[in-house]
Write a protein that binds this ligand. Structure first.
Ligand code: BES
Ligand code: ZN
Length: 849
């Protein structure tokens, strides 16, 4: 049935389903356009439920037959599924449906990718496979029979039996339908084994298309590291005989944690030094861990309803962040997290799409897999841990796992475990889940005879649907640095609960400098008067690596804002301070690379807007370019020696190697502005790994050079899809502002461009949206081009279209002309006949700004 007006779902309306499921048996008879799915489901009344309506979700299914207790019935079709009259007691439901994986371009449900059958069920895709109560609070054990001629046929759980043309799988752990998975195709595996802490032997496999076997070793090592880490850090052990990972080319997201059968976007698992950058390796390690960690935080204990999404995602992101910190460097990882949080989540919180970490309503749940749910959700776990301490955090987690194993639960259940182990009342803390917007924290200081008083005032700007904001619990980690540069008070966590609150440090000799919000202890915007000399002092002396970096960032950001809004030249204090860090060999090269990185154009636009002015994208771009040039000149004398020190003769994608390369590449980008591309061309010519190859090419493109190298790169990599994604992306990302739209348009005419593959679409259009000055070029061509392609893509893939429409979320920052152009593009999208519910919701919310 076709949707009428899209319905809004509310958290407050939650009611349990009227029936429980004892067991599910599914048989798949695979066929590209006519797959049969035969289901046999044992239902029993749910004693906890009052509503006994028997409704099963189902979308785009052809019902062949249905039975209850063996007798044929004719169910009533209703909006989004079907209804039937059922007996009072337990009963068995059977149905046969037909579906067409080959024509499923939405990549949700059962679909085909490079000739292979695969599924994506989260959040509500299982209803495109068969009729079912497709909601996370209905958990059941699944037995799956796959009939077909594919060499490899996989599903969740342990293998049961197999024979000519069929296999059977059984998953003993009750799970919601969104964790169901099936994969079938001509696949080869990279096998390994893992012995768990209790001695269980687990078979591990990464399944890939023939030819990709050589790109699995790194992912496999990451998996084993993640398994060992979860045992050591959380006491969580794997619980099946086999763990399978499959790489698929066409995937809307990064990866999916289906029980025992994780499905990955091939870009998030395949790795080799020739084809993957250091950033790719780091991402692959993190995402493999993330999906593995869901086995406990998400699968064994799942969400009662989709409003609780942060229960599994925020917590699992927090867990993968800690894992990556342990594997690499906590300091570097934390800075990268904050960069990402500010770029994505603060941006979201500041615009029309702002919503609480636990939203109260949605139209399409796929639109709520957001930076807020994920990243602010993870920050909340970090704050909780800071407030209760490491030991109580672990105890609370243990209690949560013990109490709720096998259940579908809520944020309240999660917090209750911590209240019970600590005796604390977390009622005010819980507001972090319900209040949208980024709190502003204004700080002032007073010094009086050996006592330093820090006074904080918190306020949160209004967000859509929430005008009144209450004070939150904010953990503020503070340390004090004496005038000689020594730390006089080590990190202490101040617990702010009031709208305004003061904290004193007594018995101090001389007036110290406060280092505030160490390790970014809360996701807030700290507002504090500080001159450049004090910043340079903390940049030199702070013991907290995050704050040390933050001081460099504030120096460069203020300098850039002044260059943009007041036409002043770069400040010497700031340039000197950066150079000092750059040449300080006691510091980790990865950290030095981060200090050298300038705030993004998007970040600067937001900052200028927050200061009450209208950002001019062209001016921002020009100022950033001129600062890069000034910086290059300022450090030109040290470039050759530094470059030599940072050589990494053997490529190892670990923290040390990638850190050295990050700094070397940052320096190369500066050098390229001075030497007409000589050094970059030389590195490009001799590069034996993708990090060096792409960094040298990007340095050239950013300097307006590199056209020969772009051709050579294409020639070398035309048969490797993942590397070609980089080729598409780089050209658009580094196109000059007046060339971005035309470059993207030209690339859409390339024979290898296709809107059917989300990675390829994102390579071109994600890059266009991310090229700030290019996207916001005054002629509006980029807005138009993106809108054209969103309208096209929506017909085949609503989920990715809706996600990409977020490119327009910041439109209210800009001048009237740009706003007018964006508004008319958004209205044009909205006026498209049969626009998906996904895109309709997003564009409507963006327009309502
Ligand atoms: N459960 C999600 C995948 C997902 C997202 C399925 C949205 C359906 C709709 C998975 O665990 C996830 O969060 N993946 C992230 C990467 C992760 C490292 C944050 C992704 O795919 O981007
Ligand atoms: Zn996840």
């Amino acid at each position: 049935m076709k949707d009428a007006a899209p319905e809004t779902i509310y958290l407050k309306d939650y009611t349990p389903f009227g029936y429980q499921i004892e067991s599910v048996h599914l048989t798949f008879r695979l066929h590209p356009t006519a797959t049969r799915v035969i289901s046999k489901i044992a239902f029993a009344p749910n004693p906890e439920a009052t509503d006994k309506r028997f409704f099963l979700h189902g979308e785009e299914l052809s019902l062949i037959s249905a039975k209850i207790n063996g007798e044929a019935i004719t169910p009533r079709p209703v909006e989004g599924g079907l209804e039937a009259d059922v007996p009072e007691g337990p009963f068995v439901w059977e149905a046969e449906v037909e579906i067409s994986p080959e024509t499923n371009t939405a990549l949700e449900g059962l679909y085909m990718s490079s000739g292979m059958y695969c599924t994506q069920c989260e959040a509500e895709g299982f209803r495109k496979i068969t009729y079912y109560p497709d909601r996370p609070d209905v958990m059941a054990t699944f037995t799956v029979r796959i009939e077909g001629d594919q060499p490899v046929m996989l599903s969740n759980g342990n293998p049961l039996t197999s024979g000519e043309g069929f296999v059977e799988w059984h998953d003993p752990w009750p799970k919601p339908s969104y964790l169901f998975a099936l994969v079938a195709g001509n696949l080869v595996n990279h096998p390994d084994r893992f012995t768990t802490q209790s001695g269980r032997d687990v078979e591990l496999n990464i399944w890939v298309r023939p030819g990709d076997e050589g790109k699995c070793a790194f992912g496999m090592q990451a998996l084993k590291d993640a398994m060992a880490w979860d045992e050591k850090t959380y006491g969580r052990e794997y619980d099946l005989d086999i763990f399978n990972i499959v790489a698929v080319d066409d995937f809307n997201m990064g990866a999916m944690e289906n029980k025992g059968l994780n499905v990955f976007n091939s870009s998030c698992v395949l790795a080799s030094k020739e084809t993957s950058t250091d950033a790719n390796f780091e991402r692959i390690e993190g995402i493999i861990a993330h999906e593995y960690f869901h086995n406990w935080t998400g699968n064994r204990i799942t969400c009662r309803d989709w409003f609780q999404l942060c229960l599994k995602e925020g917590l699992t992101v927090y867990r993968d962040q800690m894992f990556s910190g342990d594997m690499r460097s906590h300091a570097v990882k934390r800075i990268e997290e904050v960069l990402q949080l500010r770029a994505r989540q603060f941006r979201e919180d500041n615009g029309p799409l702002a919503h609480p970490v636990r939203p109260e309503s949605f139209v399409e749940i796929n639109n709520f897999y957001t930076a807020t749910v994920y990243e602010k959700g993870a920050e909340i776990i970090g704050m909780l841990r800071r407030l209760v301490g490491d030991e109580a955090y672990r105890k609370g987690c243990d209690l949560y796992f013990e109490r709720h194993d096998g259940q579908a639960v809520t944020i309240e259940d999660w917090l209750k475990a911590f209240e019970d182990v600590t005796g604390r009342d977390l009622a005010q803390f819980k507001q972090w889940y319900s209040q949208a917007g980024t709190p502003r924290l204004k700080m002032s200081e007073a010094w009086n005879d050996g006592t330093l008083t820090l006074t904080f005032a918190q306020s949160t700007p209004p967000t859509p649907g929430q005008s009144e904001k209450k004070p939150q619990v904010i953990p503020i980690a503070v340390g004090l640095i004496g005038p000689n540069g020594d730390e006089v008070v080590p990190t202490t966590v101040l617990e702010m609960t009031e709208a305004e609150q003061s904290f004193t440090f007594e018995g101090l000799g001389a007036r110290p400098v406060a280092s505030v919000l160490r390790d970014f202890s809360a996701p807030v915007i700290l507002e504090r008067e500080m001159d450049d000399d004090t910043r340079a002092f903390l940049l030199a002396h702070d013991t907290d690596p995050f704050q040390k970096w933050e001081m460099g960032r504030m120096l460069t950001k203020d300098m850039l804002v002044a260059m943009i809004t007041a036409d002043v030249p770069p400040a010497e204090t700031a340039l000197d301070a950066i150079k000092t860090v750059l040449t300080d060999e006691s510091l980790d090269p990865a950290f030095r690379a981060l200090v050298l990185g300038l705030p993004s154009e998007d970040d600067l636009a937001q900052t200028i807007f927050d200061a009450g002015q209208t950002p001019d994208p062209a001016k921002i771009h020009a100022a950033r370019k001129s600062l890069r040039h000034a910086l290059a000149l300022h450090v030109s004398d040290v470039l050759p020696t530094l470059g030599r020190q940072l050589e990494t003769p053997v490529f190892v994608p670990d923290a040390d190697g990638s850190g050295k390369r990050a700094l070397r590449h940052a320096l190369l980008a500066l050098e390229t502005l001075l030497d007409d591309g000589k050094a970059a061309r030389a590195l490009f010519a001799r590069a034996d790994n993708m990090s060096d190859q792409s960094a040298s090419l990007q340095a050239l493109l950013a300097a307006g050079l590199g056209q020969d190298e772009i051709k050579a790169f294409e020639k070398q990599w035309k048969n490797d899809r993942l590397v070609m994604d980089k080729w598409f992306m780089m050209q658009v990302s580094f196109a000059a502002p007046d060339k971005a739209a035309s470059t993207a348009l030209a690339l859409t005419q390339h024979p290898d461009f296709t809107i059917k593959n989300p990675n390829r679409f994102r390579a071109v259009f994600g890059a266009l949206a991310g090229n700030h000055a290019g996207f916001h070029a005054a002629d509006g061509k980029a807005y138009q081009l993106l809108a054209n392609y969103l309208i096209e893509l929506d017909k085949i893939n609503p989920q990715t279209t809706a996600r990409m429409s977020g490119a327009f979320e910041t439109w209210k920052r800009y001048d009237a002309d740009r706003q007018g152009m964006i508004r008319s593009e958004l209205e044009r999208i909205l006026a498209t006949p049969e626009l998906s519910r996904d895109t309709t919701e997003m564009v409507t919310r963006i327009l309502s700004a």
